[in-house]
Design a binder for this molecule. Sequence first.
Ligand code: PDD
Length: 276
Amino acid sequence: AYMLLNGELIERSEGKIDIEDRGFQFGDGVYEVISVYGGHPFALNEHLDRLFESARKIYMNIPYSKTELEDGIKRLLQKEKKNNCYVYMQFSRGTSIRNHIIPKTATGTLIIYLLDAKQIDEWKQKGIKTVITEDIRWLRCDIKTTSLLGNVLVKQKAVEKNASEAILHRDGVVTEGSSTNVWIVKDRLIRTHPADHFILNGITRREILSICENHQFRCMEQRFTVDELLEADEIFITSTTLEVMPVVEVDGQKISGGKPGPITRKLQSLFEQEIQ
Ligand code: PDD
């Protein structure tokens, strides 16, 4: 397998990163995961914009143009001859003598490589189990940073209970999942948390919002509580890797009779049309 390291296409096993890379020591970096369908990275432009936006928010300059990053991804896809996979791309602040202060001279480390796609068809059919847990993360969840320990720890809460995702709340208000955005449907009204600093504004989330608008679904970016979550007619989560994923259980309680609901099904199929 290959990787791009600072623009150079090399064997993955040849990739060397300094032990004082700030991505390694501080989680001081930003990243994107992009789905490739039929050889084409989905919503590539939006993902690249968000990468630059995340970098800007942590005072980091990415010394590549969007076109250079796009070309890199295409080179890698051609080399690996992969049609369905994920692109992982990460830009860290680079190597500098260990010190919390942001270095002025580090030039950053860019890595891009391909990950195998998860098989999610069965999950998409049946829906998944989730748990509710406290959102213990920091207050800048809008930044897609490689500092993911909070996300890792809450995901573990789900794993311990044999569930696939942790739904997070702050003082009883649902924010998002450990690596997904969360949606509820009640009386045909679809709701998801507004895009502020408490959540990552998912690319899939934006796609679903625009599908709702184009197909006259009633949909609002509005906060909802854990109680409203538990009383919802339907729940689903969205992300690059899980697409539109029905939630059929929360903390052992069945949702929509333990089966994916009709609006979730409709959004799944509309999203599938977008990615084809
Ligand atoms: N996760 N919220 C969080 C905290 C996320 O990490 C993600 C993405 C999302 C959904 O965003 P998008 O629709 O742009 O994928 C929401 C990626 C896939 C990951 O870390 O693997």
